[in-house]
Design a protein around this ligand. Structure first.
Ligand SMILES: [Zn+2]
Length: 304
């Protein structure tokens, strides 16, 4: 219910109520109508690609398919660029495939819906920095952290071209929150002593090399967002830290951070058939996305 009061989160503004409707609709299209989408459900994977391309186009953005072949089939990363005055690129990405057996509402319909909503908001206001919005294919196993992963192929082409990516932001599973005691767990023994045990915040995670970006992003988020956040720059061998497309950018020397509700460490429907659109908390999800809008505005120096 828009405007509903949540214990630790702000009520939605009228702009956030509009944003919420977009997020509800796009998660429903991806996970409700298209459903499971991956190489085993190749027509659905392509339906998701078409939907993303059409969404960019309706926002007035030209998009480009960055295609590679896998098992004799074409796979598409889809990018839309908003050229800024400067060549440095702020890249906002989300994977659009879902794991085998799951409709992927939260993982990662939420990230794609957020990426599209943000692209709409920046389409008509060019920033100092170049903005690039990218939907990645084949993030999930068996391609996860391999050279066949969509974001790995994409990032290697960026490096070969000499693209100056100053920051990569990976939107990965960002729509589930809980106020229940002990609803938040952690991948490493000891982290629970420093971080909350209630899953009512959004997480910012980076590797040690991306620490400056992580600190700046979370500081900006806290200035503006109506929902609590926690951040950690951790060695990438800690389970979870490298579990999305930011990993691929790290492999090519680019700084990157992941925004996440922490997925398996909180979400009971992670990688299961029950990861359906009704499980998401759209009020708090909207607060996360509107907070990220402000972070991107500041990082990219969008004129007001
Ligand atoms: Zn994911």
């Amino acid at each position: 219910m828009p405007g509903k009061n949540i214990s630790n989160a702000a009520p939605l503004s009228s702009a956030e109520v509009e944003l919420r409707a977009e997020l509800v609709a796009d998660v429903q299209t991806l996970a409700g109508e298209i459903g499971e989408r991956n190489m085993a459900r190749y027509p659905q994977l392509n339906a998701a690609a078409d939907f993303i391309e059409n969404s960019f186009s309706r926002a007035g953005l030209d998009s480009r398919r960055d295609t590679y072949e896998l098992h004799g089939r074409a796979c598409h990363n889809i990018e839309a660029e908003i050229r800024g005055a400067r060549p440095e690129i702020l890249l906002i990405g989300a994977h659009y495939d879902s794991v085998f057996g799951s409709p992927g509402a939260n993982d990662n319909g939420s990230g794609v819906a957020a990426m599209l909503a943000l692209a709409r908001r920046f389409a008509q206001k060019p920033a100092q920095h170049t903005l690039r919005f990218v939907a990645f294919v084949n993030e999930e196993p068996p391609y996860f952290q391999t050279s066949q992963m969509g974001s790995f192929v994409y990032a290697s082409r960026c490096e070969a071209r000499g693209d100056q990516i100053s920051a990569m932001i990976s939107l990965e599973t960002i729509g589930y929150f809980s106020d229940a005691p002990r609803s938040q767990t952690y991948p490493a023994v000891g982290l629970g002593a420093f971080y909350p045990t209630i899953g009512n915040f959004i997480g910012f995670v980076g590797n040690v090399h991306s620490r400056a970006l992580l600190r700046r992003a979370i500081a900006l988020f806290r200035e503006h967002a109506g929902i609590p956040s926690e951040g950690a720059a951790l060695p990438s061998f800690i389970p979870g830290v490298a579990w999305s497309d930011q990993w691929a950018f790290w492999q090519h020397g680019y700084p990157g951070i992941m925004i996440t509700d922490t997925a398996p460490f909180r979400y009971p429907h992670y990688h299961s058939a029950s990861d359906t659109p009704d499980k998401l908390d759209y009020d708090r999800f909207s607060l996360v996305v509107s907070g990220m809008e402000k972070v991107i505005e500041e990082l990219a120096q969008t004129p007001r």
